[in-house]
Design a protein around this ligand. Structure first.
Ligand SMILES: C[S@@+](CC[C@H](N)C(=O)[O-])C[C@H]1O[C@@H](n2cnc3c(N)ncnc32)[C@H](O)[C@@H]1O
Length: 236
């Protein structure tokens, strides 16, 4: 008989995120989730083609939010940027359900597409040079050294992401965890395709909307940092 090697460790190998499900969804939210996915979900089994044509209405710019949590920042930016199509990735079902339920109240919902899974799959699927803006807000910190490989910010992800960004496109990263702030700085410093902005990292962006996770971090006395990096040409 073959040994069962499918241990919990095997099942999480290569995964960057933790749990996918929280409390059972209430009926109304479960309905909003089903209907929302039917309307907004990206289908990665088809080639991407023109990413600007993924939406119900014409858009001139493309933004990606990685791990949007409850979606409050994503919906805030959707309202603020009427010419931008938004791609949101979140493997946590309850976060996805909240976003899709709340999106019903937003006029710009035709410019929203979502993926319930790992953002790296969406990044890999997108064509070269299409993203104007990338948000990575309070990524799971994985603070222990033995979990370092599960941090979203790292050389492999930046190698994947950089070619999909337009030159000059902005990558925003927020974190309240010192080890993650250091990882972010190290990864971008060592990657030849990202230029740090000279803005003060202690001050939020002008168009910032506090996320649920940030509110918790501040309640618990942790200090956020707000980083911006710009995609630049790779040296020859
Ligand atoms: C700490 S929470 C922050 C959520 C939200 N950005 C906020 O500020 O409230 C991190 C989120 O990233 C999601 N996540 C983790 N790994 C991911 C990945 N590879 N792709 C997409 N989302 C991911 C998690 O499911 C979680 O909801």
């Amino acid at each position: 008989m073959q040994a069962n090697t499918n241990t919990p460790k095997d099942r999480t190998r290569g995964l960057l995120y933790g749990r996918r499900k929280g409390k059972t969804l209430r009926d109304a939210r479960a309905r909003a989730y089903e209907a929302g996915l039917a309307r907004h979900a990206l289908d990665l089994s088809e080639p991407c083609g023109d990413p600007y044509a993924l939406f119900d209405v014409p858009v001139r710019k493309l933004a990606l939010e990685i791990g949007f949590g409850g979606g409050e920042h994503l919906l805030h930016q959707l309202d603020r940027q009427p010419d931008t199509g938004f791609l949101g990735c979140e493997p946590f079902v309850n976060g996805m359900a909240r976003l899709l339920d709340d999106a019903k109240e937003h006029e710009g919902q035709g410019r929203l597409r979502v993926y319930e899974g790992d953002a790296r799959e969406v990044i890999a699927w997108l064509p070269i040079g299409c993203l104007d803006m990338v948000y990575l807000l309070y990524p799971d910190p994985w603070p222990k050294l033995k979990h370092e490989k599960r941090r979203f910010m790292g050389p492999d992800t930046l190698d994947l992401l950089h070619p999909k960004m337009k030159l000059g496109a902005e990558l925003r990263v927020a974190s309240d965890i010192d080890v993650y702030k250091a990882t972010t700085l190290k990864a971008t410093r060592e990657h030849p395709g990202f230029e740090p902005s000279d803005r003060k990292t202690s001050v939020p962006w002008e168009d910032w909307a506090r996320t649920r996770y940030e509110a918790k971090a501040i309640r618990e006395d942790r200090t956020p940092a707000y980083f911006s990096f710009f995609a630049k040409v790779l040296p020859q």
